[in-house]
Design a protein around this ligand. Sequence first.
Ligand SMILES: [Zn+2]
Length: 107
Amino acid sequence: MKIKRNDTIKVLAGKDRGKTGKVLRVFPEQEKIVVEGVNVLAKHVRPRKKGEQGQKVYFPARMAISNIMLVCPSCAKPTRVGYQVSHNEGGRTHKERTCKKCKTAFA
Ligand SMILES: [Zn+2]
C-alpha cells in the first residue's frame, strides 16, 4: 500500500474532488481508505426508546485509493509515491516511500 494511516491525501475524483484530509483507516485488501471529512455519508438512526428522536449520524465512508493522491509531507504537493531501498548498519534493508516530485524519502 502506498498510502498509510495519518498520511495527508488529496481527492482527485468524485463529489469531494479537491479536498484534502488525513487518512484514518486503510483497507489494503480492498485498496480502500477512510479519510477524515471526505466521502461523508449520513446514517439514519431510528429512535430506540419512546420519546427519543431519530437522528442522522455522519461518518466518513471508505473510498477507492485510485481516486486519491498522496500529499508529500515535504513539498506539500500531491504526488505519486516511489520506493527506495536503503541499507542500515546491520546490513538490513528497508523500504522507504519517496516523493516523485521532490525525491524526499519518508516512512
Ligand atoms: Zn515532495
